[in-house]
Write a protein that binds this ligand. Structure first.
Ligand code: ZN
Ligand code: ZN
Length: 365
């Protein structure tokens, strides 16, 4: 028999009521009751939720796409399924399972992008903490087809940031065409996405050139030590280098790197990549700044046969693979846990580029 859970009528939640109003933490937000769940929906009692830079964009509503209002943000949630909608057909998960809620909350699985495995670009997609309420609350409603099973040997807090940051960099590296022994450049290597990217790349047999983060205050020795420990082979300090392109080329046998995964919010980082990639190299475009243009030198993109590929989070399979690699100890997220009440100050830290690693909010506190 499926385990029984007591489901309260109200819960703690962080709510954005209006774009410019302060975030409101309430403890009387209604919990959708099991009898109210539609077929295919499930109710998840959250243990924790990671905080992602995207949440800050959703909170500020500064993207070209508008977020819903009022909004509960968050899309790196881990918890237990406590109810599944009546008349749900052939659910891949059951009540009691520990699952993750990622950015892609729902996709139709039937439009052309979905049929091609690009469900994150679904024409009918729903996004956690953006078009539907997310995980900065104690309970969240999701879909049985889209929650991600969490491996037993990964704690909820360890899994949280894999669900967005981890999946995003894992998929970008996977589709970068880089093969074992190839050089990959990872700008922002000490940051939230970057420190995970270094570990995934190393686990996939790539040789990593880590480049110091663009916005962080403390580049330098401390960051170098961290990324070398995570598996980077070469380090280029963004603040100290006089010629980034030359330094990267020198670090990669003089020919340049086979791939670069650029998560930066500034356009210059993308343009530079065209210069330091070798012939046939691939630029993976991953950052989601509010407004920035990608400018590439057309002449050199052509004569160097450069690939420029956009990569958007990941699909259900990418999610399972990213978690599996982490569960085998190959990738560890550096995070600090805080209570939900610390969300506002976390946003401020993100806006100022002061958060090193990830912040995971404990929903049980
Ligand atoms: Zn995210
Ligand atoms: Zn679709």
């Amino acid at each position: 028999m499926a385990p029984q859970f007591t489901i309260p009528k109200t819960q703690k939640a962080a709510i954005v009521e209006k774009t410019d109003a302060p975030l409101k933490i309430v403890d009387n937000h209604p919990v959708k009751q099991p009898s109210e769940l539609a077929p295919g929906e499930c109710l998840v009692e959250l243990d924790c939720s990671g905080v992602c830079h995207t949440d800050l964009h959703a909170r500020n509503n500064d993207w070209p796409l508008p977020a819903k209002l009022p909004l509960i943000g968050g899309h790196e949630g881990v918890g237990r399924i406590v109810a599944i909608g009546e008349h749900t057909q052939s659910s891949p998960v059951k009540v009691g399972d520990r699952v993750g809620i990622k950015w892609l909350a729902y996709s139709c699985l039937d439009c052309e992008p979905c049929r091609k495995g690009l469900e994150q670009s679904c024409l009918n997609g729903q996004y956690s903490g953006f078009t539907v309420d997310g995980t900065f609350s104690q309970y969240v409603v999701s879909w049985v087809t889209h929650v991600t099973p969490i491996p037993d040997n990964l704690s909820s807090a360890e899994a949280a940031s894999i669900l967005c940051a981890g999946i995003t960099v894992y998929r970008a590296i996977k589709y970068s065409k880089a093969k074992i022994g190839d050089w990959i450049v990872l700008p922002g290597a000490g940051g939230g996405l970057g420190h995970l990217a270094v570990q995934y790349a190393a686990a996939m047999g790539l040789r990593v050139v880590a480049v110091g983060q663009y916005t962080y205050v403390n580049t330098g020795a401390e960051k170098k030590e961290l990324v070398m420990k995570l598996g980077a082979e070469k380090w280029v300090d963004f603040r100290e280098t006089k010629d980034l392109v030359k330094d990267i080329k020198e670090a990669t046998d003089g020919f340049g790197a086979h791939a670069a995964v650029v998560t930066a919010a500034n356009g210059a980082a993308y343009a530079q990549a065209i210069d330091y990639l070798r012939m046939g190299g691939t630029l993976m475009v991953v950052g989601l700044p509010a407004r920035a243009n990608l400018s590439a030198d057309i002449f050199f993109t052509v004569v160097k046969s450069i690939n420029i590929i956009g990569s958007y989070v990941g699909n259900r399979q990418d999610a399972r693979e990213a978690l599996d690699i982490a569960s085998r100890g190959k990738v560890k997220c550096y995070y600090v846990t805080k209570p939900l009440s610390a969300l506002s100050e976390t946003y401020e830290g993100l806006a100022e580029g002061k958060i090193v690693g990830r912040v995971v909010l404990n929903m049980k506190e």
